[in-house]
Write a protein that binds this ligand. Structure first.
Ligand SMILES: *[C@@H]1O[C@H](CO)[C@@H](O)[C@H](O)[C@H]1NC(C)=O
Ligand SMILES: *[C@@H]1O[C@H](CO)[C@@H](O)[C@H](O)[C@H]1NC(C)=O
Ligand SMILES: *[C@@H]1O[C@H](CO)[C@@H](O)[C@H](O)[C@H]1NC(C)=O
Ligand SMILES: *[C@@H]1O[C@H](CO)[C@@H](O)[C@H](O)[C@H]1NC(C)=O
Ligand SMILES: *[C@@H]1O[C@H](CO)[C@@H](O)[C@H](O)[C@H]1NC(C)=O
Ligand SMILES: *[C@@H]1O[C@H](CO)[C@@H](O)[C@H](O)[C@H]1NC(C)=O
Ligand SMILES: *[C@@H]1O[C@H](CO)[C@@H](O)[C@H](O)[C@H]1NC(C)=O
Ligand SMILES: *[C@@H]1O[C@H](CO)[C@@H](O)[C@H](O)[C@H]1NC(C)=O
Ligand SMILES: *[C@@H]1O[C@H](CO)[C@@H](O)[C@H](O)[C@H]1NC(C)=O
Ligand SMILES: *[C@@H]1O[C@H](CO)[C@@H](O)[C@H](O)[C@H]1NC(C)=O
Length: 859
């Protein structure tokens, strides 16, 4: 029960980040309908023909239905619920949009660079690519396991198959052998897709990076994908900009399934915490049909617990979390330098903007010769600073912008700036300052060596080659701070229904892969988007060895053989395992999964919350080997994270408070002998930690099984102390203006809105928006307009189902449910949000809030 000081220091030491909360909106008037299998859908077609447009129809064994757009948004919700009374309709869902994940672009190559690199790796060379070493892909590679012939579909921005490392062609016999462009370049999510047969990715890049992680062929940079023997399917669901709607994603999955894909992967998601979105439902069904589906867990780790993303949230869908690469790669342009007139030595730097370095041969000058001075070059230089027009100014990165640093140097005549990094690698700096001709960034190690030499009285001269033609080198630097630990950005589970999410982790932070040739050919990106395809490739490798694609079997093998890691808040590790809600099973180990001769019956155990507590769960150990095995069973706790501290909003990470009070697990037997080919059931009884239930602590850990055959396995478990049902879901109901995309509360006295009764000027008009600021997920949120205390009914956009814990707005243009306009006057909105596991027919199970009053008049 004693809370360790060590753990509390994590909270104290970490910066509390106030994460910007995204605004979530469903697409007004757009729905997905599922048909009853046995019923003829002509009834549906004739019913909706006068009400709206059928955008897309689905006729697959997985999903039969349609996506529709109602003409009259005011009546769309009620028309949508009317559909449920049709015999042919089984389900109706609102549609939402998913954006391209906010992965961090560390760097991208320059289009001219590729020709200057000269290192190729053949498949049969030993695989030293660090993401592969971290996950034992290298050990399978050494045996020639490359996923030969396995079909992996990538649902993304398309693939630049013209890239030599991505095969150079599209169609049968090519690396990218099948696929479809469901949307076209101009699709934004809001407009009508223009499909075509060519899923080429020439403008976005994301899908080409993902594809290379799976299957890049030997290339100049000396890496390959994890499963370069597979054949890829490219299903393009994003245009050059914007989002993808549920119906587009569903169509992509159905096409990928119908094309016979063995594995389907998508590095796409949106905050949710629910498994009920239509896209997740379709993915779950495909998994049930025997096709493993990996989906990225999301890049919202800073939101803390209970911020899981969909479709990764789907039942049986494998959610993939991200670990940071142990090596940070950077592609650097080379030049020469010399110290005190000595021999030329090579160094690498990331070319900045502007970049007119060709032929510059000047000595370095540094505003600060202390490499630990974090704000070096941020303050105006002293008056006695020499003329810098004949120098290259060497400045450490950090504390203020590149532009500010360049401006200070320019004040004394500088034309050239070489930054040195304050973290691993080097990144392209931009400093568009009048008179500055070139900027660049070298690594922390190089820059530190130079300032130390200058401090010691030496002269360091840079002899800059033309960056257009200079050789390019790939430099990798060990990441000793976060390498090999869960990435701080990886999204945390569990779901609002206490499901374990994520399932597995793989390297996604600082990953080198292919990029469209027009965008530079190669790039380093960070995100769960990069972790997910590596896991998909590992599925292919394990499937090749074991001769099965059974999604549950492969997930269980990967989960039990993963390596859970210590908690790391971005500044270093703490001596306790990271929670299952962050890392799932831990870092996948492909070789161990491929050859394990023990199969557990589940990939995790969930004990639910206190209301729905299951104190005893079973799992089965199957010995697939040829000799009897005795397993020692024990348990190791992971950090217990408190969801809340002082407010109804969950804490952000870092900033989540942890406790090393663990659950106690008792096993029916501490040592189990399982005969060759036999199975044995182990009963697990849990006593949750006695912690403050109001703060909703999430406890977890791993059951460890060490077999006499050498198998060393771990089974993640998780539970929640407290009541999900009693947790406040609605933090606040407030008023916003429709022209504010951030939906900030209107705090000024002016809450008068001028509305229009014609459509023509609505874009100019500011409409009142009812915002449900959800602190926790709600299965049902209703928006009504009140005149005095009486409700005039629900407004356009109400209700919403399975809402994430974000602000959700519904704008009002003055129309009531019957299509008439409310008279000019004073109103307020009332928002009712149903509690988790709540009964929608019981008023007492909603949080209810009202906004401030506002006045409407008509122009
Ligand atoms: C207000 O919204 C309703 C429902 O979407 C729509 O029918 C009507 O045209 C809108 N009025 C204006 C002026 O936009
Ligand atoms: C790799 O394959 C190439 C071409 O097939 C062959 O020449 C080379 O000897 C092989 N190298 C190794 C280490 O097997
Ligand atoms: C750069 O230095 C290398 C030796 O490291 C030398 O071979 C090369 O000629 C130099 N390049 C130029 C342009 O000075
Ligand atoms: C900078 O910090 C490092 C590591 O703490 C130390 O070894 C070095 O002496 C410091 N350099 C200066 C100039 O203070
Ligand atoms: C927890 O219990 C609720 C209520 O019975 C159920 O709906 C939910 O699926 C359970 N969650 C898990 C992970 O078993
Ligand atoms: C666990 O297994 C035992 C023994 O096989 C059985 O009696 C019990 O009902 C099982 N419990 C659950 C929760 O499945
Ligand atoms: C299993 O082996 C691991 C690693 O050697 C060890 O840390 C753990 O305590 C062992 N567990 C049991 C139950 O023996
Ligand atoms: C505030 O006042 C201006 C001028 O009367 C009006 O145009 C505007 O719609 C008002 N309301 C809001 C929310 O800005
Ligand atoms: C719509 O806006 C235009 C341009 O601002 C204006 O000329 C027109 O009168 C407006 N129409 C209505 C109905 O307010
Ligand atoms: C609304 O209800 C509250 C509380 O029931 C009451 O105090 C108030 O007078 C009512 N206002 C109107 C306009 O009826």
């Amino acid at each position: 029960m004693v809370r360790s000081n060590l753990l509390l220091s994590l909270l104290a030491g970490a910066a509390f980040t106030e994460a910007a909360r995204p605004v979530k909106n469903f697409i007004p008037g757009r729905f997905i309908v599922e048909f009853e299998d046995a019923e003829d859908s002509t009834e549906f077609s004739s019913h909706v023909s006068s009400l709206g447009e059928t955008i897309r129809t689905f006729d697959s064994s997985i999903f039969k239905g349609a996506s529709i757009s109602f003409n009259d948004l005011a009546t769309a919700e009620s028309e949508a619920s009317n559909l449920m009374s049709l015999r042919s309709v089984k389900n109706v869902w609102q549609q939402r949009l998913y954006s391209v994940p906010n992965d961090e672009v560390i760097w991208t190559g320059n289009p001219n660079e590729a020709s200057q690199i000269s290192r190729r790796q053949a498949y049969n060379e030993s695989d030293t690519f660090s993401p592969h070493v971290m996950t034992q892909v290298d050990k399978l590679r050494a045996q020639g396991i490359v996923g030969t012939g396995i079909k992996v579909a990538v649902i993304d921005t398309g693939i630049d198959y013209r890239h030599p490392a991505l095969g150079g062609c599209f169609g049968p016999g090519c690396l990218v052998s099948y696929g479809y462009d469901i949307v076209g370049d101009d699709y934004t999510g809001a407009n009508t897709p223009k499909p075509d047969d060519d899923p080429w990715d020439g403008c976005a890049g994301h899908g080409s990076h993902v594809a290379g992680i799976i299957a890049a062929q030997a290339n100049e940079l000396g890496f390959t994908g994890a499963a370069p023997g597979v054949t890829l399917g490219a299903y393009r669901v994003f245009g050059c900009d914007g989002s993808a709607a549920d119906d587009v994603l569903i169509e992509a999955y159905l096409r990928a399934y119908d094309a016979g894909s063995n594995i389907i992967t998508a590095s796409i998601g949106g905050s949710s915490g629910w498994s009920e979105a239509p896209w997740s439902v379709v993915v779950s069904r495909i998994v049930e049909q025997g096709v493993p589906c990996t989906v990225s867990a999301g890049n919202s780790g800073d939101y803390g617990l209970f911020y899981a993303s969909t479709a990764a949230d789907g039942k049986k869908v494998t959610a993939i979390a991200s670990f940071d690469n142990t090596q940070s790669p950077a592609l650097l342009v080379t030049s020469n330098y010399s110290v005190d007139g000595g021999a030329d030595q090579q160094f690498g730097y990331a070319l900045g903007e502007p970049g007119a370095w060709a032929g510059v041969n000047l000595p370095l000058w540094a505003p600060s010769t202390n490499p630990n001075d974090t704000a070096g070059g941020c303050a105006a230089y002293p008056a006695d600073t020499p003329d810098l027009s004949g120098k290259i100014v060497l400045i450490r990165r950090g504390s203020c912008t590149f532009v500010q640093k360049a401006t200070n140097a320019r004040a004394f005549g500088a034309k050239y700036i070489m930054f040195y990094n304050n973290v691993v690698g080097a990144t392209a700096a931009a400093a568009a300052v009048d008179g500055i001709l070139a900027v660049g960034m070298t690594t922390a190690a190089t820059g530190t060596a130079w300032v130390n030499a200058i401090a010691a009285g030496s002269e360091v001269v840079l002899d800059m080659l033309d960056p257009e033609t200079a050789p390019v080198i790939l430099q990798t630097t060990p990441n000793t701070v976060t390498g090999g630990y869960a990435s701080t950005y990886t999204s945390w589970g569990p779901t609002f229904e206490a499901d374990v999410k994520p399932q597995l982790s793989s390297p996604g932070g600082n990953i080198l892969s292919t990029y469209p040739v027009p965008l530079g050919s190669y790039a380093v990106l960070s995100g769960t988007s990069m972790a997910c395809p590596l896991a998909a490739a590992v599925y292919a490798l394990v499937a090749e060895v074991r001769g099965t694609f059974d999604p549950a079997v492969i997930e269980k093998l990967l989960s039990s053989t993963s390596n859970p890691q210590l908690l790391n808040d971005g500044t270093g590790a703490y001596p306790v395992l990271a929670p299952v809600a962050q890392q799932g099973s831990g870092l996948i180990q492909a070789y161990d999964a491929a050859y394990a001769s023990t199969l557990l019956s589940t990939s995790s155990l969930a004990f639910n919350d206190t209301d729905n507590f299951v104190d005893t769960l079973n799992f089965t150990i199957s010995n697939l080997g040829t000799e009897d095995v005795t397993y020692d069973i024990a348990t190791v706790g992971a950090a217990t994270g408190y969801t809340f501290s002082t407010t109804v909003y969950p804490d952000n990470f870092p900033g989540v408070e942890f406790d090393d009070t663990f659950a106690t697990l008792e096993f029916s037997e501490a040592k189990v002998t399982v005969a060759a080919g036999a199975s044995s059931v182990v009963q697990v009884t849990v006593t949750p930690p006695a912690l403050d239930a109001k703060r909703l602590p999430v406890y977890s850990g791993y059951i460890t099984l060490n077999g006499t055959n050498g198998d060393s396995l771990s089974l993640p478990y998780q539970g929640i102390v407290g009541s999900l049902h009693s947790t406040t879901v609605l933090a606040e109901a407030y008023l916003a203006g429709s022209t504010d995309t951030n939906l900030a509360p209107i705090t000024s006295g002016n809450t008068s809105f001028t509305l229009y009764k014609t459509n023509s000027n609505t874009t100019a008009a500011v409409q009142p928006v009812a915002v449900a600021d959800l602190a926790f997920g709600s299965p049902l949120v209703k928006y009504e307009v009140l005149s005095g205390n009486s409700s005039l009914g629900e407004i356009l956009g109400s209700p919403i189902y399975y809402a994430s814990r974000d602000p959700h707005g519904a704008a009002w243009n003055g129309t009531l449910a019957d299509g008439s306009y409310a008279p000019a006057g004073t109103y307020k909105f009332q928002i009712s949000a149903l509690h988790i596991f709540g009964d929608a027919s019981d008023k007492s199970q909603y949080d209810v809030g009202t906004t401030s009053e506002f006045t409407i008049s008509y122009a």
